[in-house]
Design a binder for this molecule. Structure first.
Ligand code: C2O
Length: 542
């Protein structure tokens, strides 16, 4: 195993997109930020130096951070933010993970421009479970705002106004040539005829599920969230914010130019959304002069094509080596509602919801509030009282019908920094149920510090009797972010074998800002292997 040392300078960088130049926050002046390539088992030391005028932290999305919760990164959860002028070194080891993960800022909405790929290759001397592709390309999907992102966030968070649509979707930071002033920068990848190409598709968009497809080419899905799945072939994939999907494409079409393209899978009924398409170009080498100069565009599903999104999710099955530890017995049986709600407010600019309300979001009717005095992990580790409470409800406070007839008790969340404590080694099941209060929505729910198995999903109300009988305990997909179906439910299981404080939240940033989150404390086990490391010397203080 190797050590990798990197320096991330967080700074302001001037960038031109959609005919306008503005300053954005970047790492090392790059947008997207640098791709880190490591092997399973390697250790990273990434020193983040903050030269911007915002607080910042970096999160290694999907890295399990076994015993190193201090390197996880969400601000006020595992660390205080790195202040302007400050620095902090993230130290962690990749343990038993291979495939594609990514890193992003975990402070306000800075991840709009502060993100990059984390490529994890197999250990030296071991192989992919499929034949080695000739090319390896990260394809990072994102969103671009013409306005300053912190201003956009403030508006969402404080006024509770929705939605806040971006001005473009992007592939590797570029809107692509279907947008104005964008053809020069359009990302272009050349392939030799017959070559196989691994596309590492990462959804880094702030607030949007995306369909992705390549004109005329089939995609073989081989990995999700840095786990291998049983390969299958499709012409379109759906990727939720936070998720990654590895696909192999073979350049077996007539030599020419083909668009790879992404656009919204917008699942909230009646919501306005951006239905434009971002593109990059796949170009065969040695094209003769007769080849098409205008690339072919793939057919992408309609924004409300839940059938295609569901069919794709249902085909994901993990490979046998991932399934050995699927919990069969459950120690903790939890049921969390995930959804939006309204809170009363005094009429005024901060109050943009119906009937003197503004939007909030919750799990089990608790709208999560981050502490400010110190991080949750420091508070837990050092026994600092008054930072959080341990009364997060394991089941919803009231019984109700989630399919539209929702009890008032879940319309009006209460604010709180409520955590739930898990014993080391306990097996946990969480039913995630969309509340469908205003409209049905789907929520990409991400658990820090863990991988979990998705043992079931469906539409309508979860039914403990009949739905449990249909669970897949044989080869369920193993991932770190689950897109809870629109107007439905998903059930995940995991073993609480990584001590620390771990954020569990919706990866749509507007929902996260409105409180769609909670945190788990996982207690230490016995002995060094089951105990979290002490905090690093340079851990930022609040
Ligand atoms: Cu990718 Cu808490 O985030």
């Amino acid at each position: 195993a190797e050590f990798h040392y990197h320096e991330f300078i967080v700074q302001e960088t001037s960038v031109t997109r959609l005919c306008r130049t503005k300053n954005i926050i970047t790492v090392n002046g790059q947008f997207p930020g640098p791709t880190l390539t490591v092997r399973n088992g390697d250790t990273l030391f990434v020193t983040v130096v903050n030269r911007a005028h915002y607080n910042v932290t970096i999160h290694w999305h999907g890295v399990r951070q076994m015993r190193t919760p201090w390197a996880d990164g969400p601000e006020y959860v595992t660390q205080c933010p790195i202040r302007p002028g400050g620095f902090y070194t993230y130290r962690f080891t990749i343990e038993n993970q291979e495939g594609t993960l990514w890193w992003h800022a975990h402070s306000k909405w800075l991840r709009a421009t502060v993100y990059g790929a984390l490529v994890i290759l197999p250990k030296q001397g071991s192989n992919f479970p499929y034949s080695l592709p000739q090319k390896d390309i990260p394809v990072i999907l994102g969103e671009w705002w013409k306005r300053d992102i912190i201003a956009v966030q403030r508006r969402t968070q404080f006024t509770g106004a929705a939605p806040n649509n971006s001005d473009a979707y992007t592939i590797n930071g570029q809107p692509g040539d279907l947008y104005r002033c964008s053809s020069q920068g359009t990302a272009k990848y050349s392939v030799n005829p017959g070559e196989s190409v691994l596309l590492r598709v990462i959804n880094a968009a702030l607030n949007q599920q995306l369909f992705f497809s390549v004109a005329n080419h089939m995609l073989t899905v081989v990995g999700i969230d840095a786990t291998y799945n049983k390969p299958f072939t499709t012409n379109v994939i759906m990727v939720g914010p936070g998720q990654t999907t590895n696909v192999i494409l073979t350049a077996n079409q007539s030599p020419g130019r083909y668009y790879m393209a992404a656009r919204a899978y917008a699942t909230a009924q009646n919501a306005q959304f951006d239905n434009t398409t971002t593109t990059a170009i796949l170009e065969y080498t040695n094209l003769n002069s007769g080849a098409n100069s205008r690339p072919l565009l793939p057919q992408l599903p309609a924004f409300n094509d839940t059938t295609t999104a569901t069919a794709f999710a249902n085909r994901l099955r993990s490979i046998p080596s991932n399934n050995m530890r699927v919990p069969k017995q459950i120690d903790e049986n939890l049921f969390f509602t995930v959804g939006l709600g309204l809170v009363k407010c005094n009429p005024g600019p901060r109050c943009q919801g119906p009937n003197n309300t503004r939007f909030a979001a919750s799990m089990n009717n608790v709208s999560f509030v981050l502490p400010r005095r110190t991080s949750l992990l420091q508070a837990y580790y050092q026994n600092i009282p008054g930072i959080y409470t341990l009364d997060f409800p394991p089941v919803p406070p009231v019984q109700f019908d989630y399919t539209g007839n929702v009890s008032r008790g879940l319309w009006q969340p209460r604010f709180g920094t409520k955590l739930y404590k898990l014993k080391f080694g306990s097996t946990v099941q969480i039913v995630l149920q969309d509340t469908a209060i205003f409209s049905t929505e789907d929520h990409p729910i991400h658990l820090h510090g863990y991988h979990f198995w998705v043992v079931g999903q469906g539409f309508g109300n979860f039914n403990a009797q009949t739905d449990t009988a249909t669970f897949n305990l044989n080869d369920p997909p193993l991932r770190n972010t689950i897109d809870v179906p629109v107007g439905g439910w998903a059930v995940i299981r995991f073993v609480a074998d990584n001590p620390g404080v771990w954020l569990f939240h919706c990866h749509i940033d507007s929902h996260l800002s409105w409180g769609l989150a909670m945190s788990f404390i996982v207690e230490n086990g016995i002995g060094e292997k089951q105990t979290m490391e002490p905090p690093p010397q340079d851990l930022p203080q609040c």
